[in-house]
Structures are given as structure tokens and as C-alpha cells.
Ligand binder design. Structure first.
Ligand code: HEM
Length: 411
């Protein structure tokens, strides 16, 4: 296998169902650069971790020498100013701190804790909705509607508006898939553009309302925050709201779906979870290592020349950090291809690391734990209809498009 094919194989759909043998090959060339103007691909755990903490690496795309049409760039494409995931300090830190003031810092996730009951209610309603069906698509019927309902409640979207809100979010998320992104004339892209405008106007109205009459929700906190960093401007609130929506959506869908798929392939652990919900936390951490929804972080640029393993990465180059390859690096994890929730040391890269490490991690963890516990408890004798299931095109946000299960009913 020549090197030239490795970069292509990362994005190639045929790698999607099982990309891990490819990542093993990638790790043999820890700094892979195959194409003029193309990315430097980093796949070893310690290199990725180092770069995620390196201030010479920027998340701001304007530092790129050759921005060009990169099929993995700009997954948000909202037309709004960049949100904090695409900014460097000090702007990144200011906006993230304001957002954190509402969300609760990782060691004190107050809003998330207070949402547990609400999350359980949403999950219960979705599972009740399965009714007498004997075949279900876990993606469409459960994993997809769950996180978007949660984000609505978190931001403070009134319940009666949720269906409208979801009708805008669905086409926006559908258009993130690279398959349709290349063609701005595709109906999916046109629908997404229209939905973005509608969603933007709707959110702007809501923000205005919350500025006048703040409530107990995150939008209100963002506009009336009185900490040392002040509050966000209207445009900053809009960018942040859309970021939370997109960043918290496809990722959580895929973690829940990858989770159920992995448990069905390892029925011993599904059985354990059914008997002891206390193992959910470890199962979810191991899933974030073993089948991470964000396979790679493609939005990084060197702001100066960088030496890594004898290779000089020139200023302005794009860097791809293949988190999912680092998570299976045998230099870091013993027996890395084994799904083992009993590992003592689970410092995975599934939520990234450093200043941009996942802001929504406390929420994503609780959502997925509750979802898997309830699915294990309530689905009677679930079986995979096809293995592997059909996957989404997306190489960055990887997960099944459908996960069809046969069940004997709902308990
Ligand atoms: C950042 C993964 C759920 C909000 C990130 C990053 C990763 C990640 C890998 C780092 C990106 C980078 O370094 O450029 C995940 C996974 C999730 C998940 C696997 C679910 C299983 C969520 C949720 C929310 C969220 C539920 C919001 C409610 C964010 C935000 C950032 C981020 C705002 C940017 C942080 C910053 O730039 O400081 N996420 N995420 N994520 N995530 Fe998540």
C-alpha cells in the first residue's frame, strides 16, 4: 500500500464501517503528509495530546495559508461570525467563560445535574413511543430526537416551538454530510440555507425576548451575564446557540448509536448494564475511547513552523488530529482493540483535550448514560438486523445512519 492512498482512505466511504485497521497503518507514519497543500495527519496518542495543548496550533481558519475547498473544513457554515470552537485566546476564553457561567464548569455541572429528571422523562417518552413495534430504527426513533429536545430545553426554547425548531435543525444537520456539501445547488443545501435563515431569525427573536425578560434558561444567562467578562453581544449569543446545537447533536446521536451497537456485539456488557446501572459511567467512557463519535479534528493550523518527530510542519499548514487512532494507540492503552469498560485508566481523546476540550462533555455523558441504561432495561431481547449497519458518509462525525433492531417488545 503506498502512502498516497492513506489520506484518501480516511475520507473514503469504504473505510467507514471499520476504520481501525487503517488507523493502525496510519500510526506507522506518525506525521503523514502526502499532498502538496494537503494536511499533516497525526495519529499517535502522545503527539495528538501534545498538539492539542500547543499554543502554536490555532483553531482559527484565517491562519491557513491555503484555505481552499477542503471537504472536511467548516462543518458549521452558518453565515454567522465564528463561534468559540473556531477562535483562539483571548476571544475563545472570554466567550467560553461566559457560556460556562451558565452551563456550570466541569467540576460543578449544576445545570446538568438539575436536568437529570428531565432527561429521564424525555428518554421514557421516546421509548414509550415505540409502542408495539417489533422492529425499530434506533437512530430515527430515539438517538436522533433525544439530543435536540435536550438542547431546546437547555437553551429555553418554549415547548410549543420545539417541532418548528426541529424542522429547521434537521435540514441543517443533514447538510453537514460531505456527500451533499460539495454541491451548493443540491436540494439538501438549499433547504439547509433556508432553515439557517429561519432558525437565525427565530433565535434572534427569542434572545431579544430574554434580554427584556430573563428566565431560568441558558439564553437568558448568556445575554444578562454579569461576571468579569460581561455579557455576549446578540451576534455572539446567536453563534454560541448554533454551536451548542450543532456540536451537541450529531456527536451525541453517534455515541448513543455506537454504544448500542457495541453492547449488542458484546452482550455480556449489555447484560451487566441491565443488572447494574452503576456500570454505565465506565461503559460510556470506554465507548468514547473505543468508538468515538468525533474521529478526527481537522480544524487546526500551525501559526509557526513546528518540528515533530524529525518533520518540519511549515507555518500555515493544516493539521488533522486523528483522535480515534490515538485512542487505539498500543503505546498508550493495553490491548487497545478490546472493548473493556473495566480499564482502570481511561484518559481517552474522545472529547479532545486542552482549551477546546468538549464544553458539553458533562451533558453528553449524562445523556448517554441515561439513554443506554434505559434502552438496556426496557428493550426486550434486542437483536441487530444487520451487522455492520449502514453508515453515514461523514468521516469526521462517524456513526450508523440507521440501526435497525428486532425486539420482542418494550418492557
Ligand atoms: C468541542 C466531542 C457533545 C459542545 C468538542 C471537541 C470534541 C467534542 C472532540 C473538541 C473539538 C476541537 O478540539 O476542535 C464531543 C462528543 C460529544 C459531544 C464526542 C458527544 C458524545 C457535546 C454537547 C455539547 C458540545 C452535548 C453542547 C451541549 C461542544 C463545544 C465545543 C466542543 C461548545 C467547543 C469547545 C471550545 O472550543 O472551547 N466536542 N462533543 N459537545 N463541544 Fe463537544
Amino acid at each position: 500500500m503506498t502512502h498516497a492512498s492513506l489520506l484518501r482512505r480516511i475520507t473514503d466511504f469504504s473505510s467507514r464501517a471499520d476504520p481501525y485497521p487503517l488507523y493502525e497503518e496510519l500510526r506507522r507514519t506518525p506525521v503523514l503528509h502526502e499532498e502538496e497543500g494537503g494536511p499533516y495527519v497525526i495519529s499517535s496518542y502522545y503527539d495528538i495530546l501534545g498538539l492539542l495543548h500547543d499554543p502554536r496550533i490555532s483553531s482559527d481558519a484565517t491562519n491557513l495559508i491555503a484555505p481552499g475547498a477542503d471537504e472536511l473544513s467548516d462543518p458549521e457554515a452558518t453565515g454567522l461570525p465564528p463561534s468559540f470552537i473556531r477562535l483562539d485566546p483571548p476571544e475563545h476564553d472570554r466567550l467560553r467563560r461566559i457560556a460556562n457561567g451558565s452551563f456550570g464548569p466541569p467540576h460543578r455541572p449544576r445545570r446538568i445535574d438539575s436536568m437529570r429528571g428531565e432527561l429521564r422523562r424525555i428518554v421514557t417518552e421516546l421509548i414509550d413511543g415505540i409502542g408495539d413495534a417489533r422492529r425499530i430504527d434506533l437512530v430515527d426513533q430515539f438517538a436522533y430526537p433525544f439530543p435536540v429536545t435536550v438542547i431546546c430545553r437547555l437553551l429555553g426554547v418554549p415547548r410549543e416551538d420545539e417541532p418548528r425548531f426541529r424542522a429547521w435543525v434537521d435540514p441543517i444537520v443533514a447538510a453537514l454530510d460531505p456527500e451533499s456539501r460539495d454541491n451548493p445547488e443540491a436540494p439538501v443545501q438549499r433547504a439547509a440555507q433556508e432553515a439557517r435563515v429561519q432558525l437565525g431569525m427565530y433565535l434572534a427573536g427569542l434572545v431579544e425576548q430574554r434580554t427584556r425578560e430573563p428566565r431560568e434558561d441558558m439564553l437568558s444567562d448568556l445575554v444578562v451575564s454579569h461576571g468579569p467578562d460581561g455579557s455576549m453581544s446578540m451576534m455572539e449569543v446567536l453563534s454560541t446557540a448554533v454551536l451548542l446545537l450543532i456540536a451537541g447533536h450529531e456527536t451525541t446521536v453517534n455515541l448513543i448509536t455506537n454504544g448500542m451497537l457495541t453492547l449488542l456485539r458484546h452482550p455480556v456488557h449489555l447484560e451487566r448494564l441491565r443488572e447494574d446501572p452503576g456500570v454505565a459511567a465506565n461503559i460510556v467512557e470506554e465507548l468514547l475511547r473505543y468508538e468515538p463519535p468525533v474521529q478526527l479534528v481537522p480544524q487546526r493550523t500551525c501559526i509557526t513552523d513546528i518540528e515533530l518527530r524529525g518533520v518540519t510542519i511549515p507555518k500555515g499548514s493544516r493539521i488533522w488530529l486523528v483522535l480515534a487512532a490515538g485512542n487505539r494507540d498500543p503505546e498508550r492503552f493495553k490491548d487497545p482493540d478490546r472493548f473493556d469498560p473495566d480499564r482502570e485508566d481511561l484518559q481517552h481523546l474522545g472529547f479532545g483535550s486542552g482549551i477546546h476540550s468538549c464544553f458539553g462533555a458533562p451533558l453528553a455523558r449524562v445523556e448517554t448514560q441515561i439513554a443506554l441504561v434505559e434502552l438496556a432495561r426496557r428493550l426486550d431481547n434486542p437483536r441487530l438486523v444487520e451487522d455492520p449497519p449502514p453508515y453515514r458518509e461523514n468521516a469526521v462525525l462517524r456513526g450508523p445512519r440507521h440501526l435497525n433492531l428486532d425486539i420482542d417488545g418494550v418492557r
